[in-house]
Design a protein around this ligand. Structure first.
Ligand code: AMP
Ligand code: MG
Length: 535
């Protein structure tokens, strides 16, 4: 037995504090009166860790020796457990694409336990793709390499962009093959099976509260809310022995605030989650469940990468704020039995819309290099810019980055003073009509006049812009290239992307090619511009 086996302390508060499903068998079923079911990960033939987040490993207390311990890949793929782990799948429901879907639950995620880190924090380790659970419904409980690479890399991209997210400790191959029909068009094929070990202080979703509320199981609802508040919002109960109505309201208010911050972060960097169902909304305000997500290449508020959502585009880039509010409305409905007063909840939901607007404006001001959002004139500038960015295919990431490079002492009515700098942001230069160029010149002149109102030097402004507008984001085609290689057994591109994405705001001359706009071959390619929920 290796030292790793008994190295960690696990304090499994979720299972200690909440009722368990008494049925130990794995069959698919409705689970009532319980927050989770105990379930063991499936045994796989040949576990192999192909990437790790070493910073996260270190934060959790894994040494380098632990990562090369023979037990590590076994645990990361679900073949073995560390002492103190007690695997379980969580029970939750949710609204999918606006419709109540009833019980969903962790159909292919298994929480291993809550590890106590060297600094005393609780971090839950969770395997995604570790086999059937009582919540697997029609699924197989498994995950493939393709979607696991995307989850692994995007967790790290988000973290280093400074946006709250679940993390990913390891990416492992299982040695098994898994059948998937990527585009749901009858072309099923075998793909390499994989497991990601996700890490967060909570994997609880809005849907965890929705299910007991829907079933009028107020006792479970209350237990779950109390546990969540005590474990993840302890500052709300410092001065009170009892969790009363006031605490529930303060909690809901904080969930709203965290969600504002999260979504405004997504809008800032051009991230489209793709499946903002209520079961994919984290109660602690993290980005969770990386599925058919995408990054904006050419700016388009109507963009969604998710082909399943192609018709109505419910989860398109431009509506993520409204959808978050809709989801919070469902959460408010669910916790209403604990509060028994609609008015304060309604007030907070309305405030969400206002706070989101304010935060969005402040974020846009940061992107453009203003010290602060000033007034409606600024808003007009933002809106007219977004209209211009949509008018011709303009790469969002490159545009903002290049904007910081303009010499703002020049006369922008002359396009030769700006076009050579911004040119690289355009996908099709033939779209740059005289009218467009004239409009952009005018916008830039207004922008210039606005910058003068801030009394600070351009060095400070440029530094702010470059700390707000990333140079490197996980463009879909970059993930796809890493996936294509990984499927051939070459994991180097995954490792390289990990390096690149660690410093998204820095110039990294050696990685310049990772800041290029989407190449033409990726325009309509599956995995690059089109993704399905198949994973
Ligand atoms: P998602 O859209 O990935 O958030 O998943 C929605 C629901 O489907 C959740 O309850 C998942 O646990 C479940 N699910 C997704 N993929 C699978 C799978 N391969 N096997 C079992 N359940 C799955
Ligand atoms: Mg999900």
């Amino acid at each position: 037995m290796t030292a790793l086996k008994s190295k960690f302390t696990f304090e499994n508060r979720f299972i200690d504090n909440l009722p368990a499903d008494p049925e130990p068998a794995k069959f698919v079923r409705q689970v009532h009166g319980a927050a989770y079911s105990f379930v063991m990960p499936i045994h796989v033939s040949n576990p192999q860790v192909i990437a790790t987040d070493n910073d996260l490993a270190n934060e959790l207390g894994f040494s380098e020796a632990d990562l090369s311990d023979e037990l590590f890949p076994q645990v990361m793929a679900g073949n073995d457990l560390l002492d103190g782990m007690a695997p379980y799948a969580m029970n939750y429901g949710g609204h999918q694409f606006g419709n109540w879907a009833g019980q969903l639950g962790d159909g292919r995620a298994i929480n291993l336990g809550e590890l106590v880190t060297p600094t005393g924090e609780h971090k839950i380790l969770q395997l995604k793709g570790a086999g059937l659970t009582p919540y697997s419904r029609r699924g197989d409980g498994l995950a493939v390499l393709r979607s696991s690479v995307r989850e692994f890399l995007c967790s790290q991209a988000m973290e280093h962009l400074g946006i709250a997210t679940t993390k990913a400790l390891s990416l492992s191959l299982t040695g098994e093959e898994v059948m998937r029909d990527i585009m749901y068009d009858g072309n099923a094929a075998l793909e390499p099976g994989a497991v990601v070990c996700r890490v967060s202080s909570s994997f609880t979703r809005f849907g965890n509260f929705q299910l007991p509320a829907f079933r009028q199981d107020i006792e479970l609802l209350r237990a779950l809310a109390n546990h969540t508040i005590e474990a993840d919002f302890p500052h709300l109960v410092v001065d009170s022995d009892v969790i009363d109505k006031g605490v529930y309201l303060a909690w809901f208010n904080e969930v709203c605030q965290r969600t504002v911050k999260l979504i405004v972060g997504w809008q800032r960097v051009g991230f489209v989650h793709g499946v903002m169902n209520t079961d994919n909304m984290s109660i602690i305000g993290e980005t969770i469940d990386y599925g058919p997500y995408g990054w904006i290449d050419d700016f388009d508020v109507n963009f969604t990468p998710n082909t399943t959502d192609r018709q109505y585009k419910r989860y398109r880039f431009g509506t993520q704020g409204e959808i978050a509010q809709w989801n919070l409305f469902q959460l408010a409905n669910s916790i209403y039995p604990l509060v028994e007063e609609a008015e304060p909840l309604e007030a907070m939901l309305n405030e969400f819309a206002d706070d989101f607007q304010l935060a969005w404006r402040e974020m846009m001001a940061q992107k453009l290099g203003f010290e602060r959002y000033q007034n409606a004139d600024d808003l007009t500038l933002f809106e007219s810019l977004e209209a211009l960015l949509s008018l011709v295919e303009t790469d969002m990431t490159i545009f903002y980055r290049q904007l910081a490079k303009l010499d703002v002492t020049q006369d922008f009515m002359q396009s030769n003073h700006w076009l050579p700098v911004l040119e690289n942001a355009y996908y099709q230069t033939e779209q740059l009509s005289d009218t467009y160029v004239e409009q952009m010149s005018q916008w830039l002149c207004k922008y210039q006049q606005r910058l003068v109102l801030d009394s600070r030097d351009s060095k400070a402004r440029i530094a702010q812009m470059n700390a707000t507008n990333p140079k490197y984001v996980l463009r879909n085609y970059l993930s796809q290239q890493a996936i294509d290689k990984a499927e051939q057994g070459d994991y180097s591109e995954i490792h390289r992307l990990q390096q690149v994405l660690k410093h998204p705001y820095d110039e990294q001359p050696e990685f310049e090619q990772y800041a290029q706009k989407r190449p033409d071959w990726a325009r309509e390619k599956v995995g690059c511009s089109m993704l399905s929920c198949s994973s």
